[in-house]
Design a protein around this ligand. Sequence first.
Ligand code: AMP
Ligand code: MG
Length: 398
Amino acid sequence: MKPGLMPIEAALATMLADAQCLVDVETLPLYQASNRILAEDLQALVDVPPADNSAMDGYALRLADLDQPVISISQRIAAGQAPSPLEEGTCARIFTGAETPAGAELVVMQEETEAVNGGIRILGDHQDGAFIRRAGQDVKQGTQVLTKGTRLSARHMGVLASMGIAQVKVYRPLKVAVISTGSELVNPGDSLAAGQIYNSNRYQMAGLLADLNMQFVDLGIVEDSAEATLKALQQASEQADVVVTSGGVSVGEEDYVKACVEALGELKVWKLAIKPGKPLAYGRIGDTPFFGLPGNPASVLVTFMVIARPYLLTLQGARHVDSNLQQAKLTNPPAKPSVRQEYLRARITGYKDGVMQVEAMTNQNSGVLSTAMHGDGLAIVPIGACGTDAEQLTFMPF
Ligand code: AMP
Ligand code: MG
């Protein structure tokens, strides 16, 4: 590691050690809880399924009766009906999802039976317990099903519903104020004058925050001046739980963010061993956490995914903030080693022997965002690795 550069893990560890949940808890109907973070531990109060039931349309019976030439049908049980105990020497006509009657030891599917005078006859061989879904086979009553801090997906919601849970305690969305610094910036919809460019970061940040179910508090574009920057930072810190800026954190004369945050609170500036995205500012404005991302849109994307995302999720109450990292092979590794850990925008080209193959996009310039749009994620090249040494690596999907 080059002296003066801070390892990414060290920066992340420092920030996560500071981070605590900043948002209140609210109770929501389960169907509105998609992507919210659970604020309670949940135990199963019932078995799922609640009773033994049939996995097939067929006949429920005892093992001892399988070989009888004729088995009479003593009851008919459709899904939703309560069965009576199975009479000795008989079977029950049963349908998928219907509760099996007490005494039944297996279900034979209707395709393996034959109608005979006075009932049915069983064809073929059958085993104890066949086609009976046991009570509690999905979730056992009393087990801890989910812990506080879990982000609720559609799959979680389905399981919670199967346990009869109608409402859940979740964290309110984190309010994130976003400031796009730069006198050259114009929002799409306005016309470009000489020297101006469109503001990408505002829109990219809106999308990244929406993906995390966070509330985007838009402070707009702030020109490069101490006065405007101070005012915007102050306002942002009053309106949101956390303030994120883009640009203005390098060492240029037009970079005002650092000095202004220092005047309003506290600031650390790290030269991170990350490429793209070296300068990163972290601190607070009053009591509001502050995060200063670089200006280049590709650097914003990378530093957001690698550092801001786990940090913001923690502020929003999440406990599991890993980024779904996957092992992959980089088919066009860099020829030269880097003193910073590189996050190459890359696309998945396929799978070989079960290993994901990824290809780095040709243009990795931090001012170029379109290669990220055409890519699938970031191929992480460790410090010092190149050539064949950089082929086996970790991939962080977008
Ligand atoms: P800075 O760190 O402010 O010097 O910005 C670095 C580079 O990123 C400059 O070329 C800026 O024009 C560009 N940049 C900064 N903010 C944005 C933005 N919101 N949208 C697009 N480009 C930006
Ligand atoms: Mg700037």
